[in-house]
Design a protein around this ligand. Structure first.
Ligand SMILES: N[C@@H](CCC(=O)N[C@@H](CS)C(=O)NCC(=O)O)C(=O)O
Length: 202
């Protein structure tokens, strides 16, 4: 059975869990934060040399990086495709995910560190304000892209998967999607109605 290295609050792991749920694939989840898990485990190291999650072992395939895993799963398990057939359209999505990961998803992670993980006396208010502004900019872009469309690139795709767990995590930072972003708000409602949203919390 496919093995997924992950931990419960990892947004990047949830991206893979969403794809596994969309494709009705069963898998064995291995929690790397569980007591007793050894990060030097040779199989885990082979799948993820940097000891990051998500990582998978699928037969002979060892792989890390959420987006790469998801493209691999989509190509191998063709039921319920999550990417267009046309290679140029795929590349557009791939490039967009890589760029948006840097300017949006990463900033959410950094804000979690700055606000929730650092001791209060080491937190920097300017850094927080800058990150909040960058996250709002990212949401503005998503909202613009969703004008007149149900999903980011028309049909539901790995682009939607790549932002879902991170949008879902926003409330832990004090606020969710601002009401002014009407398209993004409607998109998130649609996403939450998909069974994969709930299934991926487990
Ligand atoms: N670019 C990687 C990022 C992976 C990553 O940073 N994963 C975090 C969890 S979301 C991690 O493994 N952190 C190590 C730890 O918390 O010990 C991806 O998209 O998969």
């Amino acid at each position: 059975m496919l093995k997924l290295y992950c931990f419960p609050r990892s947004g990047n792991s949830r991206e893979v869990k969403i794809v596994l749920a969309e494709k009705n694939l069963s898998f064995q989840a291995v929690d790397i934060k569980a007591p007793g898990f050894d990060r030097e485990d040779p199989e885990f190291k082979k799948a993820s040399p940097k000891a990051k999650v998500p990582a998978i072992v699928d037969g002979e395939v060892y792989m890390s990086e959420a987006y790469e895993i998801n493209e691999y799963l989509d190509k191998k398990y063709t039921k319920n495709p999550l990417m267009p057939k046309d290679e140029t359209a795929c590349k557009t999505i791939r490039d967009w995910v890589a760029a948006h990961d840097k300017k949006f998803v990463l900033k959410i992670g950094l804000l979690v560190i700055e606000t929730l993980l650092k001791p209060k006396d080491q937190q920097n208010e300017e850094t927080k304000a800058k990150l909040r502004a960058e996250i709002t900019e990212g949401m503005k872009e998503l909202d613009r892209m969703l004008e007149g469309k149900p999903f980011l690139f028309g049909d539901y795709s790995l682009a939607d998967v790549s932002v879902t767990p991170h949008i879902a995590a926003l409330p832990i930072l004090g606020s969710g999607v601002p009401g002014e972003f009407k398209n993004l708000t409607a998109w998130f409602k649609r996403i939450q109605e998909r069974p994969s949203f709930k299934q991926s919390t487990q």
